[in-house]
Design a protein around this ligand. Structure first.
Ligand SMILES: N[C@@H](CCC(=O)N[C@@H](CS)C(=O)NCC(=O)O)C(=O)O
Length: 285
């Protein structure tokens, strides 16, 4: 087992503790520096990064555009590894300093929307798609949307943190979170055994929220943990993850606000459809 840690009487912050996020995470909220955010020309302005939580929103916006909705948007990169989420402009929109944040400038006063599930519900209601109005169907979608919203911190902050980002690998937290992630994959696999999509036979915001996390995970695009988690065992999740990836909205939305990966999957800032077209053109046949 791991070496013992005896907590002191009072915890103090150690910015040198190591790990990918140690230098930027702090135990207090608020801005660290004055900086205004960029502003594009569309009513919808997204401030984000192409992590799974960020991909949810760009995939949703691309799906809305594919459905013919008037959802053109500018997506501005927030480099969370460099602390952009602590600028005065960002904190004014989301006091929690987490991406993604969407701002809708269609009203008298700009409306900031934060928490990815809140943004998905907002967009679904504004454009009247991907979240049924009928109460039974709507509740199935909300169940799975909030299932993901509650599960993702186990995958990102739990499994991903201790498996990929922690300065050293410790058996206890990796065991704890691997157990939970495999249990969640099994929940999802059983649900997708009987349903084409998470909440039944229609695509919804629950699928759009879940693909960037569990879809990327089983396709081997997250944490390099494909073999460790034996993701090929989850046949129905695999079927769904691959089917989702055939959608142009997923192919387009997943590359926005990214500056890592292959050249054809990196678009730092998006201002119009051609920005994405030009990057996707670089993909080898
Ligand atoms: N519950 C939030 C989580 C958002 C979140 O954790 N965002 C991460 C990136 S995936 C972030 O901004 N991290 C920056 C930080 O922790 O300082 C949501 O779903 O919107």
């Amino acid at each position: 087992m791991d070496k013992q840690y005896t907590p002191p009487d009072i915890w103090t912050h150690d910015a040198e503790s190591g790990g990918k996020w140690a230098s930027i995470n702090r135990p207090v909220s608020g801005a660290t520096h004055e900086k205004a955010l960029p502003l594009g020309k569309h009513p919808l302005q997204l401030y984000s990064m192409g992590t799974p939580n960020g991909q949810k929103i760009t995939i949703m916006l691309e799906e809305l555009l594919a459905l013919g909705k008037d959802a053109e948007y500018d997506a501005h990169m927030i480099k969370i590894g460099e602390g952009d989420q602590f600028s005065s402009g960002f904190v004014a929109l989301n006091p929690n300093s987490k991406i993604p944040v969407l701002v809708d400038h269609s009203y008298d006063e700009a409306l900031p929307i934060f928490e990815s599930a809140s943004i998905l519900v907002y967009l679904a209601e504004k454009f009247d798609v991907l979240l049924p109005k009928e109460i039974v169907k709507r509740t199935h979608v909300m169940n799975w949307l909030l299932w993901l919203h509650g599960s993702a911190p186990y995958l990102g902050g739990g499994f991903g943190h201790f498996y990929s980002y922690a300065p050293e690998r410790y058996e206890y937290p990796i065991n704890r979170f691997t157990m939970e992630i495999k249990r969640q994959l099994d929940v999802l696999d059983k649900q997708l055994a009987d349903n084409e999509f998470l909440a039944g036979d229609e695509l919804s915001i629950a699928d759009i929220a879940t693909w960037p996390w569990y879809g990327n995970l089983v396709l081997g695009n997250l944490y390099d943990a494909k073999d460790f988690l034996q993701v090929d065992d989850y046949k129905h999740v695999q079927r769904w993850a691959k089917a989702m990836l055939t959608r142009p909205s997923v192919q387009r939305g997943r590359i926005v606000n990214r500056n890592w990966g292959e050249a054809w999957e990196q678009l730092e800032n998006r201002h119009n459809a051609e920005d994405i077209d030009n990057v996707l053109k670089l993909q080898p046949a």
